[in-house]
Ligand binder design. Structure first.
Ligand code: PEP
Ligand code: MG
Length: 909
C-alpha cells in the first residue's frame, strides 16, 4: 500500500527578500506561490508567507485530511513563526495580532476556483486587539465582519447554491440597511458592524449547527482543507475539463500576512497590467480603489478609478464624465498619490523585464506603504497576444523564438472570426456605451442568467455583474455585457481570457432579473431580443450588425511570417472547393492534404446524377450517370488546382457509404423513380439493400472503387484531365491521388492499377502527360501494421486519424457523443480523442506506420489529414514523428503553422 513519504519539504517560505522557492517551481508551488517566491527574491515588497505544495493536495486526496494535517503541522507552525518574526506580530495574539490570507494557486491560473479568505485569525477578542493596534475601531470590525462572511461562504458552505437562494449574509446586511435607512456598506456605524458580526455568527450556527470557529489555528486548517476541496469543486472541474488540465495537478495553498487596503484614506488596493490586455498596446494600465480590499475592485460594486492619468482621461471620455468631476471624484493614482504611483510604475517595469511577458499584478497600499500581492503573466485576447509578442520582440525584450513560443496557437482562432462590417457600423443604432473590456464583435439574443446561455444559438449574457459561478454560461454565450464593473472586473478578466467579446460597466443599463428586462434610456428590451456588442469601442447596439471576414494583416501577418522561418514541417489544408482553397492560401496553406471528393456530389444538380449512379443495377447504367458527373468533377478540380497554383493537391477517391447519398423522403424517392423510369418500389428496394448495420465498417472507402471500378475510373479521369487542361493554360497542377481506407496491399494494388490505366489512357488521348502520385490513407490499424508492405507501392501516406482513432479505440465516430462526455467527466479519458490525438495509443500506430513505411521507402512523404492536423499538441506529435506536413481546415491553418514552428523551436532547445 502507498504511504505518505516522511522526508520531504511540503511548505515553502517567502518574505523579507528571501524565499525557499522560485518561479521555475510552478508545478510544485502553483503559479501564484512560485511568483511570490520569485518576487521576494528580486526585491519586490511582498507580504511574507508560505506555500503548501500542490503535492500535498494530491496526498490529501489520496490519504485524507488527518494524515496530511499531521504530516505538515510542524512545518506550518514553523512557517507561521517566520511570518510572525518578520511582521513583529503574533498569530492569535490579543494585543498584537497577525492576520493572514489563504488562497488557492494551481500551476495555471484558474479564475474563481476558490475565493480568497482574508483576515483569518480574528475572533471576538482579537478584533478588540486589532482595533487598539490600528487605532481604527471601524476598520477592525469591518475586517471581522468580512472575515466571517468570507469564511462562512467559502469554508463553511454558506454560499447559496442556486440563483433563487439569497446569500444569508447579504440578507442580514440588507435588512440592517433597510432598518437604518442607509444605502452603502460604508454608511454602517461601528455598532452596526458589531451587530453584523454577531448576527453573522448566529446565521452560521443556525445553518451549520456549529459555532463559528474562534481558535485561529482551527480557522487556518479549515481554510487549508477548503482550498484542497475546491480543487474538486464543480467550478474547478468544469474549468479543468474546458482546458484539458489533468486532476493530478492539484492546487497549492498560499498563506500570507495580511496587509490592509481598508485602513482609511491613505490605504487602497488595485489591479494593474503592464500592457493593455485587450489590444496589446504598450501602456501601463489598471484600476484602484481607496479604502478598500481586493475583492471590492474585482466585484465591481464600486466604480474603480484608473491608475494612470491617460487611462483616467480615456475612461472619462467613454463614461462621459466632465473633466472637473473626473479630477475631483475619480482622480488617477498618478495624480492622487504620485509617490506610490512612481514606486508601482517602477515595479511594473521591473517585473515585466524580469518575466519577459505582460504582467497582471495586484497591489495594496497600507497607510502609505505599497505591497505587491501577486504577479502573473496576464491573460489577454488573441489580438493582444500577437501584438505583445511582436512588440516585445521589436523592443528587444524577447528573442524571435520566445515571441513564437509566447503565442497560444488556439487563441489565434479569435483573430479568424468575422468582424463587424465598418459600413454596417455607420448606420448602427448605438443605445448605450460601456467599457471596451474585451474586443470582438458579438451579435446575439439577450439572456439574463448564465445557466440559460444555451437557450439561443447565439446569446448575449446581460448581467449587473458576473461571478465565478457564471463561468460555464460565459463560455457558451457569444458576448457578455455588464452594467457594473471596470476593466478588471470578473467579467472583463474572464472574457479576455476566453477571447470573448465583452462590454462592462455600462452604467446606463437598468437590469431587472425578475422581469427579465433591460431598460436603456426608457426603452425596454426583453429576453430573446437581438443586440450587438462592439468589444473594441464599448458600443452596445440594437439588433444585428453585418460582419465581414477577417484579414491576416499587421502583427498577425508578421508573426505568421516569422513562424515560417522556424517551421520545417509544412501545413496543408483540407479543402473541398476552390473557395475553401482560396481562404486557406490566404492563411498560408502550402498545399491541400485532403479533398473529400464526395462533398462535391451533395450539390442539388449533382446529387441526382449521383443517385442514379448508386441505384443503377448495371455497369452501363452506372457509367451513364458517371458520364454526367465527370465534367462537373473535372471543373471542380480545375478550380481547386488553379487556386493552389503549383502547390500539391491530394485528392481522395470516393469514401463514404453510398446510402448517405440516397433520398429518405418519399417525395424525393418518387421524383427519382420518375427520372430513372423505374417504379417507386424498385427505388425503395434498392435503398433498403444499401442499408448497413455498421456503415462506418461497411461498403465504403476503397471497397467502393473495388466493387465499382468505374467510379475510380471516372474520378481518376476527372483529376488527370483537369491537370492537363490547366497545363494547357500554363498553370502547373500537382495532383496526388489518394486511395481511402485500405487495410491490405492488395486493395491498394487493385485501385492503383485502375488509376494508372485510366491516366495512361487519358495521356494517350491527349497526347500529353503530367506528373502525379498515387498514395493512400493510413486509417485502418492493419494498414499501419503492414505499412512496410504498403510503402512498396504507395508513393505517399496520409494518416486519417479520425478513422484510425475510431478503429483503435473501437468507438464509433457517430455514436461516441453518447458516452465520451461521461468518460471525460469521470476522468476515464482526459480529453476527447477525436479532438486531441491519443499519443499513447493511436500515436503508436502513427509512429509505427511512419517508421515501417520509411523502412521500405526512406523518402516516403507522410502527412496527416484527420481533425488532429489542426490541434497544437497533435501537431507537435506529428513533427516529432517526422511527418512532412499536417493538413487541417482552412481556418486552422495559422494555428497549425505556429504549432509547427513551436515544435521545431522546442526540439532545438
Ligand atoms: C480520417 O479518417 O481521418 C479522414 C480524414 O477521413 P474522413 O474523416 O473523411 O473519414
Ligand atoms: Mg477516414
Amino acid at each position: 500500500m502507498e504511504t505518505l513519504q516522511e522526508v520531504k519539504t511540503r511548505v515553502y517560505k517567502f518574505g523579507n527578500k528571501t524565499a525557499d522557492g522560485n518561479s521555475t517551481m510552478k508545478n510544485l508551488l502553483g503559479g501564484k506561490g512560485a511568483n511570490l517566491a520569485e518576487m521576494g527574491l528580486i526585491g519586490i515588497p511582498v507580504p511574507p508567507g508560505f506555500t503548501i505544495t500542490t503535492e500535498v493536495c494530491t496526498e490529501y486526496n489520496k490519504f485524507g485530511q488527518d494524515a496530511v494535517v499531521k504530516m505538515i503541522t510542524r512545518e506550518v507552525e514553523d512557517a507561521i513563526e517566520n511570518i510572525e518574526n518578520i511582521m513583529g506580530s503574533k498569530f492569535g495574539d490579543k494585543e498584537d495580532p497577525l492576520l493572514v490570507s489563504v488562497r488557492s494557486g494551481a500551476r495555471v491560473s484558474m479564475p474563481g476556483m476558490m475565493d480568497t479568505v482574508l483576515n483569518l485569525g480574528l475572533n471576538d477578542e482579537v478584533v478588540v486587539g486589532l482595533a487598539e493596534k490600528s487605532g481604527n475601531e471601524r476598520f477592525a470590525w469591518d475586517s471581522y465582519r468580512r472575515f466571517i462572511q468570507m469564511y462562512g461562504d467559502v469554508v463553511l458552505g454558506m454560499k447559496p447554491e442556486s440563483k433563487e437562494d439569497i446569500d444569508p449574509f447579504e440578507e442580514i446586511m440588507e435588512a440592517l440597511k433597510h432598518k437604518r435607512n442607509i444605502e452603502l456598506d460604508t454608511d454602517f456605524t461601528v455598532q452596526d458592524l458589531k451587530d453584523l458580526c454577531y448576527d453573522f455568527k448566529d446565521a452560521v450556527k443556525k445553518r451549520t449547527g456549529h459555532d463559528f470557529p474562534t481558535n485561529p489555528w482551527d480557522q487556518l486548517w479549515g481554510a487549508v482543507v477548503a482550498v484542497f476541496n475546491s480543487w474538486n469543486g464543480d467550478r474547478a472541474v468544469y474549468y479543468r475539463n474546458m482546458n484539458g488540465y489533468p486532476s493530478e495537478w492539484g492546487t497549492a495553498v498560499n498563506v500570507q500576512a495580511m496587509v490592509y487596503g481598508n485602513m482609511g484614506d491613505n490605504s487602497g488596493t488595485g489591479v494593474c497590467f503592464t500592457r493593455d490586455a485587450g489590444t496589446g498596446e504598450n501602456l501601463f494600465n489598471g484600476e484602484y480603489l481607496i479604502n478598500a480590499q481586493g475583492e471590492d475592485v474585482v466585484a465591481g460594486t464600486r466604480t474603480p478609478q484608473q491608475i494612470t492619468k491617460i487611462g483616467s482621461l480615456r475612461w472619462a471620455e467613454l463614461a462621459k464624465v466632465e473633466e472637473a468631476e473626473r479630477a475631483e471624484l475619480y482622480p488617477s493614482l498618478e495624480e492622487l498619490m504620485p509617490e506610490i504611483y512612481n514606486e508601482l510604475n517602477e515595479y511594473q517595469q521591473k517585473l515585466e523585464l524580469h518575466y519577459k511577458d505582460m504582467q497582471d499584478m495586484e497591489f495594496t497600499m497600507q497607510d502609505g506603504k505599497l505591497w505587491i500581492l501577486q504577479t502573473r503573466n496576464g491573460k489577454r485576447t488573441g489580438a493582444a497576444m500577437v501584438k505583445i509578442a511582436m512588440d516585445s520582440l521589436k523592443e528587444g525584450l524577447i528573442t524571435e523564438e520566445q515571441a513564437i513560443l509566447q503565442i497560444e496557437p488556439n487563441k489565434l482562432d479569435e483573430l479568424l472570426h468575422p468582424v463587424f462590417d465598418p459600413k454596417a457600423l455607420k448606420s448602427a443604432n448605438v443605445i448605450a456605451q460601456g467599457l471596451p473590456a474585451s474586443p470582438g464583435a458579438a451579435t446575439g439574443q439577450i439572456v439574463f442568467f448564465a445557466d440559460e446561455a444555451d437557450k439561443f444559438k447565439k446569446s448575449i449574457l446581460v448581467r449587473i455583474e458576473t461571478s465565478p459561478e457564471d463561468l460555464e454560461g460565459m463560455n457558451i454565450a457569444t458576448g457578455i455585457l455588464t452594467a457594473r464593473g471596470g476593466m478588471t472586473s470578473h467579467a472583463a478578466v474572464v472574457a479576455r481570457g476566453m477571447g470573448k467579446c465583452c462590454v462592462s460597466g455600462a452604467g446606463a443599463l437598468k437590469i431587472n432579473y425578475k422581469n427579465r428586462t433591460l431598460i436603456v434610456d426608457g426603452h425596454e428590451y426583453h429576453e430573446g431580443d437581438w443586440i450587438s456588442l462592439n468589444g473594441s469601442t464599448g458600443n452596445i447596439i440594437e439588433g444585428k450588425v453585418a460582419t465581414i471576414e477577417p484579414e491576416l494583416s499587421g502583427e498577425f501577418a508578421e508573426i505568421m511570417e516569422l513562424s515560417d522561418k522556424f517551421a520545417t514541417m509544412k501545413v496543408r489544408t483540407n479543402a473541398d472547393s476552390p473557395k475553401d482553397a482560396k481562404v486557406a492560401v490566404k492563411f498560408g496553406a502550402q498545399g491541400i492534404g485532403l479533398t473529400r471528393t464526395e462533398h462535391m456530389f451533395f450539390e442539388v444538380d449533382r446529387i441526382k446524377a449521383m443517385r442514379e449512379m448508386i441505384l443503377s443495377d448495371t455497369v452501363k447504367g452506372r457509367k451513364e450517370a458517371l458520364d454526367q458527373l465527370l465534367p462537373m468533377q473535372r471543373e471542380d478540380f480545375e478550380g481547386i488546382f488553379e487556386a493552389m497554383a503549383g502547390l500539391p493537391v491530394t485528392v481522395r477517391l470516393l469514401d463514404p457509404p453510398l446510402h448517405e447519398f440516397v433520398p429518405h423522403a418519399l417525395a424525393q424517392q418518387k421524383e427519382l423513380a420518375e427520372e430513372m423510369h423505374i417504379s417507386l418500389e424498385a427505388v425503395k428496394n434498392k435503398i433498403a439493400e444499401l442499408e448497413e448495420f455498421n456503415p462506418m465498417l461497411g461498403h465504403r472507402g476503397c471497397r467502393l472503387g473495388i466493387t465499382y471500378p468505374e467510379i475510380t475510373e471516372m474520378q481518376a479521369r476527372a483529376i488527370i484531365e483537369a491537370a492537363l487542361n490547366l497545363k494547357e493554360r500554363g498553370i502547373e497542377a500537382k495532383p496526388e491521388i489518394m486511395i481511402p481506407l485500405i487495410g491490405t496491399i492488395a486493395e491498394f494494388e487493385n485501385q492503383e492499377a485502375v488509376i494508372r490505366a485510366t491516366a495512361n489512357k487519358v495521356f494517350e488521348e491527349r497526347n500529353d502527360t503530367i506528373e502525379y502520385l498515387v498514395g493512400t490513407m493510413i486509417e485502418i490499424p492493419r494498414a499501419a501494421l503492414t505499412a512496410d508492405l504498403i510503402a512498396k507501392k504507395a508513393e505517399f501516406f496520409s494518416f486519417g486519424t479520425n478513422d484510425l482513432t475510431q478503429m483503435a479505440f473501437g468507438y464509433s465516430r457517430d455514436d461516441a457523443g453518447k458516452f465520451l462526455p461521461i468518460y471525460i467527466e469521470h476522468g476515464i479519458l482526459k480529453v476527447d480523442p477525436f479532438e486531441v490525438l491519443d499519443q499513447e495509443g493511436v500515436g503508436q500506430l502513427v509512429k509505427m506506420g511512419t517508421e515501417k513505411g520509411r523502412s521500405t521507402k526512406p523518402n516516403l512523404k507522410v502527412g496527416i489529414c484527420g481533425e488532429h492536423g489542426g490541434e497544437p499538441s497533435s501537431v507537435e506529435f506529428c513533427f516529432n514523428t517526422g511527418m512532412n506536413y499536417v493538413s487541417c481546415s482552412p481556418y486552422r491553418v495559422p494555428i497549425a503553422r505556429i504549432a509547427s514552428a513551436q515544435a521545431a523551436i522546442k526540439k532545438q532547445a
